[in-house]
Design a protein around this ligand. Structure first.
Ligand SMILES: [Zn+2]
Ligand SMILES: [Zn+2]
Length: 344
């Protein structure tokens, strides 16, 4: 094959098969436990496909984590979208006073803020939320009137994403999508997973809040760090760059296009295709914040460094993609031992 023919061939293969996004090149080495490899796996629709195997630590290398709860009324904590007026508040003295006016009890007379002080208290919250306790039960034996926080631990997770993402006949909205509690919605290029919107009603049923830090992340019930909002949204990034990948393998871009303009004609799941970029999603500062569902069959994620991708098995109980009506505790996740699945 001469040079010109080879060039044509390369161009046509790019045009026909995939968006011009080189996934492995977008992940920083520091995000990875080992280099990204490829293997044959089974996607959520039962088809076999080449998937990327991406092993991450679930900790960001590129920014600090926290704060979530302020220690005292003089300090500033993270961000919490109020369930009554739907505004995003900095968790500080003014906001905690607002909660107290509603009959909550978020700080002592000396200004000490009520928060989960260790892992055992944090795990109590997981138990009461997942088991569907009443407020009265939690007031007696659990945690109420507190800001939920814990310093995250490293969690090695293998996430499998289709190398050649393919559109399904119909997009799957978040509420109908079935994905593992391990996998969330996909992954940021810094190795931190994207999770569905927080089940805020389930959290506030106990007069608790679980704020996000200034990058949109916090610690989940598995003690792992994850995002409910993308750092690019929290930072006001206007580069339109690829910030991560959804579980169906399609890229997730920042809140704007490359020229800083607002994305136009997004479909029902926050995606579109224009200017030769191929299908992609855009994160935003309104529900569902990351993606609104999936355009194609999904890969999956599994705890640890593993070599078997079968998304029909780990599709599990779905991610509680809705706004969390306070009932229906997630089932036991993917059946692996270890920390409970994400619940907050
Ligand atoms: Zn776009
Ligand atoms: Zn969370």
């Amino acid at each position: 094959m001469n040079c010109r023919a080879l060039t044509l061939c390369l161009f046509s293969s790019i045009g026909l098969h995939a968006a011009p996004v080189d996934l492995p090149a977008l992940f920083d080495k520091r995000a990875l436990v080992k280099p990204i490899t490829e293997l044959e796996g089974i996607l959520s629709d039962g088809t076999t496909a080449t998937v990327y195997k991406i092993v991450v630590r679930s900790l960001p290398f590129d920014h600090a984590m926290g704060p979530w709860a302020p220690a005292t009324l003089k300090d500033k904590g993270g961000y919490w979208e109020d369930t009554v007026d739907k505004k995003l508040y900095r968790v500080d003295a003014d906001y905690l006073r607002l909660l107290n006016k509603r009959g909550w009890n978020m700080f002592d007379a000396d200004g000490t803020v009520h928060r989960t002080k260790d892992r055992s208290e944090f795990d109590k919250v997981a138990r009461q939320e997942l088991a569907g306790w009443t407020y009265e039960q939690a007031a007696k034996d659990g945690i109420t009137n507190s800001i939920i926080e814990l310093q995250p631990s490293e969690q090695v997770v293998t996430i499998f994403l289709p190398k050649h993402p393919k559109a399904s006949a119909k997009a799957t909205p978040l509420r109908q999508a079935r994905f593992s509690p391990r996998s969330g919605l996909g992954i940021s290029t810094n190795g931190v997973r994207f999770f569905p919107p927080e089940p805020v009603d389930r959290i506030t049923a106990f007069k608790n809040i679980a704020p996000l830090d200034p990058k949109g992340g916090h610690t989940g019930f598995g003690h792992e760090y994850h995002y409910h909002r993308a750092p690019s949204v929290m930072d006001g990034d206007q580069s339109g760059k690829v910030v991560g990948f959804a579980l169906d393998g399609f890229p997730v871009r920042g809140p704007t296009e490359a020229d800083g303009s607002a994305p136009q004609k997004l479909d029902s799941i926050n995606g579109h295709d224009h200017d030769g970029l191929g299908y992609h999603y855009h994160v935003s500062n309104v529900w569902p914040y990351i993606v609104g569902g999936f355009n194609g069959p999904l890969g999956t994620a599994v705890l640890g460094d593993v070599d078997v991708c079968d998304a029909t098995k780990t599709g599990g109980d779905g991610g509680k993609g809705g706004k969390g009506k306070g009932k229906g505790a997630p089932k036991g996740g993917d059946g692996k031992k270890g920390p409970p699945p994400e619940g907050k």
